[in-house]
Ligand binder design. Structure first.
Ligand SMILES: NC(=O)c1ccc[n+]([C@@H]2O[C@H](COP(=O)([O-])OP(=O)(O)OC[C@H]3O[C@@H](n4cnc5c(N)ncnc54)[C@H](O)[C@@H]3O)[C@@H](O)[C@H]2O)c1
Length: 260
């Protein structure tokens, strides 16, 4: 396959990031994977399938790492055509028990990190006057969910950043959009459910389509936004990938009755 376009995907070792890397590689993108975790396993799987990939491990909340990544992309590929800001951490604790340090760590990873990646990789896109950035927010960036004050504030902030950069950079050829998934079956969900915070049934009963999102559902929405051929005039949207969660104001017994 003739590889022409380059995408950087953060949090690419597992979950949504790995599914997105896989789909974009299948669509002919060269994928630069990045994650706090080692990437040998993810890179090995993608290379074994014949895809064009490379990777760099590091922390998205470190500006020194993000600069190293941007330099690597500039040297090896010229610039990225797309950036997927997917790396994120969950944090479930009552607001009154959340420490300033815990709050700050969530903000650093979920909001400062995407800003730094937008800044350093976006600057290269602006020089070329072309690019697409996709920020992985959440329905928790559009509504409140109890016991997630830091996480939800970070995702609301990420949508605010998306709106602002769409306004600031759209006129110079760089589109900036967000996807807002509902609950997804990944390692994050497994870790969150572990201490008994919620069950599969809690989530599925709330979703009109009666299931979790799959990482592939989210990857497909990201791929649509990444490609200027499919979404060339889409800029500044926060696209729910939630099976209808946000649309549905039914009370639970009514929702469950519709499934009979
Ligand atoms: N799982 C869900 O239910 C859900 C719902 C809505 C939105 N999201 C969002 O989707 C994105 C992906 O979530 P997931 O479910 O695949 O999570 P996940 O925990 O399975 O994967 C996240 C990846 O990000 C990496 N990461 C964490 N901190 C990092 C850092 N500082 N620097 C670099 N990489 C880092 C992790 O190592 C991991 O590989 C996140 O932004 C998450 O907030 C998840």
């Amino acid at each position: 396959m003739n590889v022409t376009r380059t995408v950087v995907v953060t949090g690419a070792a597992q979950g949504v990031g790995f599914a997105t890397s896989t789909l974009l590689a299948q669509q002919g993108w060269h994928v630069v994977l990045t994650d706090l975790q080692p990437l040998d396993n993810a890179l090995g799987k993608l290379r074994a399938a014949g895809h064009s990939v490379d990777g760099l491990s590091g922390d998205v909340s470190s500006e020194a790492f993000v600069k190293t990544l941007a330099d690597h992309v500039a040297t090896t590929r010229g610039a990225a055509d797309a950036l997927v800001n997917n790396a994120g951490i969950s944090f479930i604790t009552p607001a009154e028990d959340t420490t300033a340090e815990q709050w700050q760590r969530v903000m650093n990873v979920n909001l400062l990190g995407p800003f730094l990646l937008c800044k350093h990789l976006g600057a290269q896109m602006l020089e070329r006057r072309s690019g697409s950035i996709i920020n992985v927010a959440s329905i928790a960036g559009l509504r409140g969910v109890s016991h997630r004050s830091a996480y939800n504030a970070s995702k609301h902030g990420l949508i605010g950043l998306t709106h602002t950069l769409a306004a600031e950079w759209g006129g110079r050829g760089v589109r900036v959009n967000a996807v807002c998934p509902g609950w997804i079956k990944t390692e994050m969900d497994e870790a969150d459910q572990g201490p008994g915070n919620y069950t599969d049934a809690d989530i599925m009963n709330r979703v009109p389509m009666n299931r979790f999102a799959s990482p592939q559902d989210v990857a497909a929405a990201i791929a649509y936004l990444a490609d200027s051929k499919t979404s060339g005039f889409v800029n500044g949207v926060s696209l729910p990938v939630d099976g209808g969660w946000l649309a549905d104001a039914s009370w639970e017994t009514l929702r469950l009755r519709t499934r009979a």
